[in-house]
Design a protein around this ligand. Structure first.
Ligand code: MN
Length: 241
């Protein structure tokens, strides 16, 4: 059973914050919308129950992933911020990530780890996934040829990422949609990342994200994952980018 705070969850659902509607991003090299109107440096409530994404992602994997792995990134990020004089009540997490090269490896790994997971939870939702619509659907068709071609390209980015990392759909500063992957907990906002852009959709391909159910079969996890993608959330990010 999930142990998150239900009243906070209810608040977030009511106000629509879980859909990523936040303060307007600051113009910079790469535009980045805050993921939450809460403190972006803190772990936010999971927007669904641990078993909400079954059978695609099992409840035990979700519980360990959220309450252990992701919680640890958030804690270590707080420690790094204290040590490196980042005021989490005034600083913007996106700015820290954009300047990752100026901070420690601990900041890079845990700042990325925290941001990536907060995004990942919102990129998924219970029930059967639909398809992109409107401007996002048109942009995907234009950039990749078709939705199916996009899914193949994104899936391949995840399947071919050697070791641990993430697959991404990003929008670049010149408004192009691009897929790719990053190693470890890097993300496309970081100045140290080869892949650059504002992340719209991210997929965790670390073994901790799928191993209990899928073991060595990462491609099966990726293929099933499309069934829980929250396209409403991805569309909102794209339209605000
Ligand atoms: Mn993870």
């Amino acid at each position: 059973m999930a142990t998150y705070n239900k009243s906070r969850r209810a608040f977030i659902k009511t106000t629509g914050l879980a859909a990523g509607i936040g303060i307007t991003g600051i113009p910079s090299l790469v535009k980045a919308m805050p993921l939450t109107a809460g403190n972006a440096f803190s772990q936010q409530p999971l927007p669904y129950d641990y078993k909400g994404l079954e059978p695609v992602i099992d409840a035990m994997t979700m519980e360990i992933h959220y309450s252990k792995h992701a919680a640890t990134y958030a804690k270590n990020l707080a420690d790094a911020c204290a040590a490196e004089k980042v005021d989490i009540n005034n600083a913007k997490l996106e700015d820290v990530l954009r300047n990752a090269s100026k901070y420690s490896a601990k900041m890079r790994n845990n700042g990325g780890g925290h941001y990536n997971h907060e995004l990942f939870w919102q990129c998924m939702k219970p029930g059967t996934a639909t398809k992109p619509e409107g401007k996002l659907a048109a942009a995907i068709d234009q950039s990749f040829g078709s939705f199916e071609a996009f899914k193949t390209q994104f899936s391949d980015a995840g399947k071919n990422r050697f070791g641990s990392g993430w697959a991404w759909l990003v929008v670049t500063t010149d408004k192009k949609l691009v897929t790719g992957s990053t190693p470890n907990q890097d993300n496309p906002l970081m100045d140290v990342s080869d892949l650059k852009g504002m992340p719209l959709l991210g997929l965790d391909v670390w073994e901790h994200a799928y191993y209990l159910k899928y073991q060595n079969k990462r491609p099966d996890y990726i293929n099933n994952w499309w069934n829980v993608v929250n396209w409403d959330f991805v569309q909102k990010r794209f339209e605000q980018a």
